[in-house]
Unconditional design. Structure first.
Length: 478
C-alpha cells in the first residue's frame, strides 16, 4: 500500500548497521579471511589476462613485420620472419590451451612463457641490427609494460619478469656480439630506459595488486553481509507465514485464507481468533512499505490484538483498535520510521458480523440475490495519531446462510498486467459473483488463479480471507 511521505529508507541502514555491529555478526565471519580464496581469485584474473595477452601477442608480433620490412636489410627479412613466426605460433597455442583449461596456481607461468618468447625474439633481433646499438630494444619496453602491468603479478613476479627481459637483452647481446663497437652512451641510454620502464611497471603493478586485494576482501565482506541479511530476511518471511492461523472452520462458518508474500518481507496480516470465552474474531491489515520494519509491526499488531481480545470479553471492534493503536504507535516511534497500518477487525456473533477500522472494502456474495454487495470500511489508519477515541465506529451486517464474505489486501486490486492496467476491485467482485456459490477454499483458489494469470510480476503481498456461512441442513462445526 502507498505510504504517506514516500519510501523512507532511513530505517533500513539502521537495521543493517545494527546487524554488522553485533558481536559475532557479519564482520566477525568475513574477517576470517581465507588466503586460498584470494589466491583462487588472482589465479582466475591471471588466467583471463594471460589469454588476452596471448591474443595481443599473436596479433601485434606479426604486425610489426611491417616495421622490419621498412628498416631491416633485405637479407635479414627471411630470418626475422622466422623469428616472428615462432613468436606468433607459441601465443596461438598458448591461447587455445588457456581456453581449454581452468585457472590454477600455474596460471602465472603463462606470463613467464609470453615474456620468454616475445622478449627473446626481440632481443635476438637486436643482435642482428647492431647489438646494444640497435634501437629495436624499444620493443622490450612494450613487453615489460604489457605483461608486468596487466598481469596480477605482485612484487616478486613483477621484478622477476622485468629481470628476465633485461637478462635476455644483455645475455644474448653478450653471447652474440655485434661486429660494431658498442657505444657506451647508447648502451647506457638503452639500459636506463629499460630499467626505468621496469621500475614504473613494477610500481604500478604493486599498487594495482593492493587494489585487487582490497576490492576482493571488500566484495567478500559485502557478500557475507548480503548473505547474512538475506538469511535474516528469509527467516522473517518464514516467521511471517508460520504465525498465520491454520483454521478451516469457526462456529457456523467455513474459513479459507491465503497470504502470498512478495519478494521482500511485507506487512500484510490476517488472523482468525477464537478466544477462551468463545468469541470469534477476524482481522486483516496491511503495514505500509516493505522490509523488516513492516514485518515487525505486523507481528506486534498480531500479538497485541490477540492479547486484547483473549483476556477481556465484551470489547467492540472499535475499542480493540483503540487499544491496539496505542501499542502500535509507540512501537513505530521506537523504530524511528513513519509506517502506518490499515486494519479491519471483525467479531462474529452467529449471523451478525460487527466490524470497525479502515481497510479495503468488504465484498459479500449474497446467496439470495446471487449478487455482490460492497461494504466500505471507514475510520482512520493505525499508527498515525496517539489516540483513536471518537475516530472509529462499529458497523454490523447480517450474514445469511450461504453468503460468502471476502476480505482482501491491495496486493490483489493493485496487481498490474504487462500493459500497466490494475486488476481492480470491479474485477475482483466479478470473480466473487461467478464463484460465490462455491466453498470458501474454492473461492480463494479461483481468485488467486485469476490474479496470477493477470499480473505480469508480483509487486506486493497478496492476502485474502473468505468466510462462507454454513447453510441449514449442512453440518456447522462449533
Amino acid at each position: 500500500m502507498a505510504r504517506l511521505t514516500g519510501e523512507d529508507e532511513r530505517d533500513r541502514p539502521g537495521f543493517l548497521a545494527a546487524g554488522l555491529r553485533r558481536e559475532g555478526g557479519v564482520h566477525s565471519e568475513a574477517d576470517r579471511r581465507d588466503p586460498g580464496e584470494l589466491r583462487a581469485y588472482i589465479n582466475d584474473l591471471a588466467h583471463r589476462w594471460s589469454m588476452t595477452l596471448s591474443a595481443i601477442a599473436f596479433t601485434l608480433v606479426p604486425a610489426f613485420f611491417l616495421l622490419d620490412y621498412m628498416v631491416v636489410p633485405a637479407d635479414l627479412l627471411a630470418r626475422f620472419a622466422l623469428f616472428r613466426g615462432l613468436a606468433t605460433i607459441v601465443p596461438v597455442i598458448q591461447f587455445f590451451v588457456l581456453r581449454s583449461t581452468r585457472p590454477s596456481n600455474r596460471s602465472l607461468f603463462h606470463g613467464y612463457l609470453l615474456t620468454l618468447v616475445t622478449a627473446g625474439a626481440i632481443a635476438v633481433m637486436t643482435t642482428y641490427l647492431g647489438g646494444f646499438n640497435s634501437p629495436y630494444y624499444a620493443g622490450l619496453n612494450l613487453v615489460i609494460i604489457a605483461i608486468v602491468v596487466l598481469l596480477p603479478w605482485g612484487l616478486f613476479h613483477s621484478v622477476m619478469n622485468s629481470l628476465i627481459v633485461l637478462g635476455l637483452y644483455v645475455a644474448l647481446n653478450l653471447l652474440i656480439p655485434s661486429p660494431e663497437p658498442v657505444r657506451r652512451e647508447v648502451l647506457f641510454n638503452n639500459l636506463y630506459f629499460l630499467v626505468a620502464t621496469a621500475i614504473i611497471a613494477v610500481a604500478i603493478n604493486v599498487v594495482k595488486q593492493g587494489l585487487i586485494e582490497q576490492e576482493f576482501w571488500g566484495r567478500s565482506n559485502l557478500s557475507a553481509a548480503r548473505d547474512a541479511l538475506w538469511g535474516e530476511m528469509e527467516l522473517a518471511k518464514r516467521i511471517q507465514t508460520v504465525l498465520l492461523p491454520k483454521v478451516e472452520r469457526v462456529p457456523g462458518y467455513r474459513v479459507a485464507a491465503r497470504m502470498l508474500p512478495a519478494a521482500e518481507v511485507g506487512g500484510d496480516y490476517y488472523d482468525i481468533l477464537q478466544t477462551a470465552a468463545g468469541d470469534t474474531w477476524l482481522a486483516i491489515g496491511d503495514v505500509s512499505g516493505h522490509g523488516v520494519a513492516s514485518g515487525l509491526i505486523m507481528m506486534m499488531t498480531q500479538t497485541s490484538i490477540f492479547s486484547t481480545v483473549d483476556r477481556t470479553t465484551g470489547y467492540t471492534p472499535s475499542r480493540v483498535l483503540e487499544l491496539v493503536n496505542s501499542v502500535v504507535k509507540q512501537n513505530i516511534s521506537r523504530l524511528n520510521t513513519d509506517r502506518y497500518m490499515s486494519l479491519c477487525v471483525a467479531r462474529l456473533d452467529g449471523s451478525k458480523m460487527t466490524f470497525a477500522g479502515k481497510h479495503q472494502d468488504i465484498l459479500i456474495w449474497r446467496n439470495a440475490s446471487r449478487g455482490v454487495e460492497t461494504v466500505p470500511t471507514t475510520g482512520t489508519w493505525l499508527g498515525i495519531v496517539d489516540d483513536l477515541a471518537g475516530k472509529l465506529s462499529d458497523r454490523t451486517v447480517e450474514i445469511a446462510e450461504g453468503d460468502a464474505v471476502l476480505f482482501f489486501s491491495d496486493g490483489i486490486t493493485e496487481a498490474m498486467n504487462a500493459e500497466g492496467e490494475m486488476f481492480g476491485q470491479d474485477r475482483l467482485a466479478s470473480i466473487l459473483q461467478r464463484h460465490g456459490h462455491l466453498e470458501a477454499e474454492q473461492i480463494v483458489l479461483a481468485v488467486l488463479a485469476e490474479v496470477e494469470a493477470f499480473q505480469a510480476q508480483p509487486a506486493d503481498d497478496i492476502t485474502l480471507l473468505v468466510l462462507k456461512r454454513v447453510q441449514t441442513g449442512r453440518r456447522a462445526d462449533s
